[in-house]
Design a protein around this ligand. Structure first.
Ligand code: ADP
Length: 264
């Protein structure tokens, strides 16, 4: 659905992304993982043209992204990032409805989509619909941010460290909710994280980046069991950690298949 061919981007003469070729499949949960500064965010932002690239081609639905008008492209791609806050003077419902209102959806359709998303993200509509952002916890605000990015039913959801500042328990429950949303709506998601556990808990397709390059990509268990080189082996740590992470990955897939209690 989204393909990169030999894409390169430099800032002030220094390469941020070098000769990256990638394929993000429709309906898959893809995760870009790597240390800070490895080029993950730049890669993500080139997809919705928040950052222009220097050379190569990025295609979305078969067409180079540079041929899609920017506003049309961004309407087809939700974007959730921890630092994009909610509008403080708007209720939860108004925040979630931001893009549908711009698209002039009828009020009834907006209302039912807001209710649907609140339920999907475990926010009781009767409680949260009319609340203001300052009345929400950090985790609830993040959920509303994700609901807002999903509201107009984008074909792709791009997420950049969306759970960054949350405590581990809230973070883990949001990860489960995002997985549920992805499963329920057959959503194409591309998420950036530096957190190895998060990457393995979520990814169908894992892309490990270092120094602006893709070091290895594939199913998480392929990277764990058949690391392409010492860097990949070292990134995922010693064998004990690898085995524990592989366990996490298996649990996630059992949850996905509905063979374990929902919520993990
Ligand atoms: P990551 O998301 O993996 O932390 P980034 O894609 O944000 O990495 O950054 C990759 C490299 O590009 C880093 O060296 C970073 O400093 C540089 N970079 C990213 N954005 C900009 C920018 N707007 N201006 C200058 N340099 C940038």
């Amino acid at each position: 659905m989204i393909e990169f061919e030999h894409v390169t981007k430099a800032f002030h003469g220094k390469a941020a992304v070098s000769d990256v070729s990638l394929n993000f499949a429709r309906g898959a949960f893809s995760v870009l993982v790597g240390t800070s500064g490895s080029g993950k965010s730049t890669t993500l932002k080139m997809i919705n043209r928040m950052v222009d690239f220097d050379s190569g081609i990025i295609r979305f639905a078969g067409e180079p992204v540079t041929r899609h008008p920017v506003t049309a492209l961004r309407r087809r791609m939700g974007y959730a990032i921890q630092s994009i806050g909610l509008f403080p003077h708007w209720t939860v419902a108004e925040n979630i409805a931001t893009v549908p209102r711009l698209l002039k959806w009828p009020d009834k359709k907006i209302h039912s989509r807001v209710i649907e998303l609140l339920e999907l993200l475990n926010l009781e509509p009767a409680v949260f619909y009319q609340r203001y952002p300052h009345q929400l916890s950090g985790g609830q605000q993040q959920r509303v941010g994700v609901a807002r990015a999903l509201a107009a039913d984008p074909e792709v959801l791009l997420m950049d460290e969306p759970f960054g500042a949350l405590d581990p328990v809230t973070r883990s429950s949001l990860q489960q909710e995002i997985l549920r949303v992805q499963r329920a709506e057959g959503r194409t998601i591309i998420l950036v994280t530096h957190d190895i556990d998060e990457a393995l808990a979520l990814a169908d397709h894992l892309v490990l980046m270092d120094n602006g390059k893709v070091v290895q990509q594939g199913a998480p268990d392929t990277l764990l069991r058949q690391p392409a080189n010492d860097f990949v082996r070292g990134f995922f740590g010693d064998s004990d950690r690898g085995i524990r992470l592989l366990g996490l990955y298996c649990v996630k897939n059992l949850v996905r298949l509905g063979e374990a209690p929902s919520g993990g």
